[in-house]
Design a protein around this ligand. Structure first.
Ligand SMILES: [Zn+2]
Ligand SMILES: [Zn+2]
Length: 262
């Protein structure tokens, strides 16, 4: 009965792609998704009927050349081994980062829409795509718990929508992992990183975060989630406090990597 109701609903209201909002044909949903999402039945079913084939093919690149450390997508293999030139200079504290792609084109448009319009369905589906990428990278096998880059209470109060937290929760759900939304706290308000020059960003986030003392991190690997990582200053500073509080490793998962790397 439920199945009939679901089919009727699909006939009356065909699903639309959360990316480009075009109607998704039924044969697309059942089509050759295996060429794009090739890992898990579970993830495939989470993404099915939410993305059209065109958007999926742009957002899910097969075997992209990436920087192993910061997750930037590169035009060619880095001569510095698994690091790009930026990571080589910075020596990040986190072990590894994974992103859906660089902050450009369709991905940039979707991130802007997600944040400006507080688009929850789009945020959840971008979270599922990132979960797909994290599973593909096998990084997720080593993760014990997931948390998000925190927002100061005043900004939370004003905005009411926390993209990073919703993405983290979605990944935890898709990967059957523990989600700790209260793990990190802001000690003080910080300026928006996007408004600062690269050199000021590190200072802006210095000593701005603390770990909730009621959560034990001893020997655990933490996946820190954010919407965009640009210079990596925030992720690096949070990694410092997590490691200081006993975490064994910190991984980073972001929808888009904002650095200018090639
Ligand atoms: Zn689409
Ligand atoms: Zn890098």
């Amino acid at each position: 009965m439920l199945e009939i109701a679901s089919k009727m609903r699909t006939l009356c209201f065909p699903p639309r792609c959360v990316g480009c909002r075009t109607e998704i044909q039924e044969n697309q949903c059942r089509g050759n998704r295996a060429t794009v999402i090739h890992q898990h039945e579970h993830i495939t079913s989470l993404l099915d009927s939410h993305w059209c084939d065109t958007c999926l093919r742009i957002l899910v690149l097969q075997n992209p050349t990436t920087c192993w450390t910061c997750g930037a997508h590169l035009n060619r293999q880095s001569p510095l081994g698994r690091n790009c030139a930026l990571c080589f200079k910075k020596n990040f504290r986190f072990t590894r980062a994974v992103s859906l792609g660089n902050y450009q084109g369709l991905l940039q448009k979707l991130v802007i829409r997600m944040k400006n319009q507080h688009d929850e369905p789009l945020t959840i589906q971008l979270g599922n795509l990132l979960a797909n990428q994290l599973i593909d990278s096998e990084l997720i096998c080593d993760v014990d718990l997931i948390t998000a880059v925190p927002t100061h209470w005043w900004r939370r109060f004003k905005r009411g929508f926390q993209a990073a937290e919703l993405i983290a929760e979605t990944i935890a759900h898709a990967g059957h992992l523990q989600f700790e939304p209260e793990l990190l706290q802001c000690k003080r308000s910080t300026k928006k990183q996007g408004t600062l020059a690269s050199t000021s960003r590190q200072k802006n986030v210095q000593n701005a975060f603390r770990v909730n003392p009621s959560v034990s991190l001893q020997d655990l690997s933490v996946l820190l989630v954010d919407d965009v990582m640009t210079t990596g200053a925030t992720a690096n500073e949070i990694s410092r406090v997590l490691l200081k509080s006993g975490a064994e490793k910190v991984y980073v998962g972001v929808i888009a990597r904002g650095a200018r790397v090639s």
